[in-house]
Design a protein around this ligand. Structure first.
Ligand SMILES: [Zn+2]
Length: 289
């Protein structure tokens, strides 16, 4: 089951997540090839790990606007464990690089942005250049450059031969303010020798077991919380109607003339159908207000 676990040990904070189920669902909904599954899975997992720092009803959007063949990759995640996302060209495949999926090449170079929606004030967006397009490395740089938080980020997705999502997960490790040099170098060494997080998930490790593996050699480990994760989209027929009702009269009429309209949600691939009569009713209702 998909979960995110938060823990601290000495002066270190670690979040780990297992996301195989939700990444598999996203890949299926968007008919992703292996490359897109790996890229989108890493971005969605990264978004969930960043969102774990938010308060209950807050959420954030991670956007990779690279010039690679996959096109833009977007993921939304909330502190309560919901995530959704899409990649513009889910069908793109590239030759492997050293036996691995060429995610960096698929993403390309460009801009990475993280927008936090706190509900109280205007959303806050931080940006940085995409460094390698491998996602984890880019998020590490983003956190350091844009948010002045030194972090270690690991993200991994294993895609099977027939395209199924075999394992997906990730972690983020951050020294707390005031952590000693000794702790920093111990942490660095541990992370450098860690096996890929996707193989930990494939071996059946839970989020809290991944944390134990990361925090080997640390004492005083406290598990703070565990959250269930799921693919969840906020779209609905009502919301789609609201969007349609913002169209101009002539555009609604043009859609009605076509006999029907189909509106597809970018994030989950759900399709909403509207008949001619329904489209005209939306226009009528609006002019009645
Ligand atoms: Zn949707």
């Amino acid at each position: 089951m998909d979960r995110l676990c938060k823990a601290t040990a000495e002066d270190v904070r670690v979040y780990a997540a297992v996301t195989t189920g939700l990444v598999g669902e996203a890949a299926k909904r968007h008919r992703c090839g292996a490359l897109a599954t790996a890229a989108l899975g890493r971005v969605m997992t990264g978004a969930l790990l960043l969102a774990a720092n938010l308060k209950n009803r807050e959420c954030l959007t991670v956007k990779f606007q690279g010039d690679g063949p996959l096109g833009q990759i977007v993921a939304d995640a909330s502190a309560d464990g919901a995530a959704r996302g899409y990649v513009v060209h889910p069908e793109v495949e590239l030759p492997l690089t050293n036996g691995k999926l060429s995610v960096g090449q698929g993403v390309g170079r460009g801009l990475l942005s993280v927008t936090r929606f706190t509900g109280l004030k205007e959303p806050v967006t931080g940006t940085c250049e995409i460094f390698s397009g491998e996602i984890a490395e880019d998020l590490t740089r983003y956190l350091f450059q844009s948010e002045q938080t030194p972090s270690g980020v690991g993200l991994g997705v294993l895609v099977g031969r027939s395209g199924e999502t075999e394992a997906s997960g990730g972690f983020i490790v951050q020294p707390l303010p005031g952590a000693s040099e000794e702790i920093l170098s111990r942490l660095e060494k541990t992370i450098a020798t860690l096996r890929p997080v996707s193989s930990m998930v494939k071996d059946g490790l839970s989020a809290s077991e991944i944390i134990s593996e990361i925090l080997q050699g640390f004492s005083d480990i406290h598990v703070l919380s565990e959250t269930e994760l799921a693919f969840r989209c906020q779209c609905s027929r009502t919301r789609t109607e609201e969007i349609l009702s913002t169209l101009r009269d002539e555009d609604l009429e043009k859609l009605a003339e076509d006999g029907q309209a189909e509106v597809c949600c970018d994030f989950c691939g759900e399709k909403y159908h509207f008949t001619k009569e329904e489209l005209l009713a939306i226009r009528e209702r609006r002019s009645a207000v």
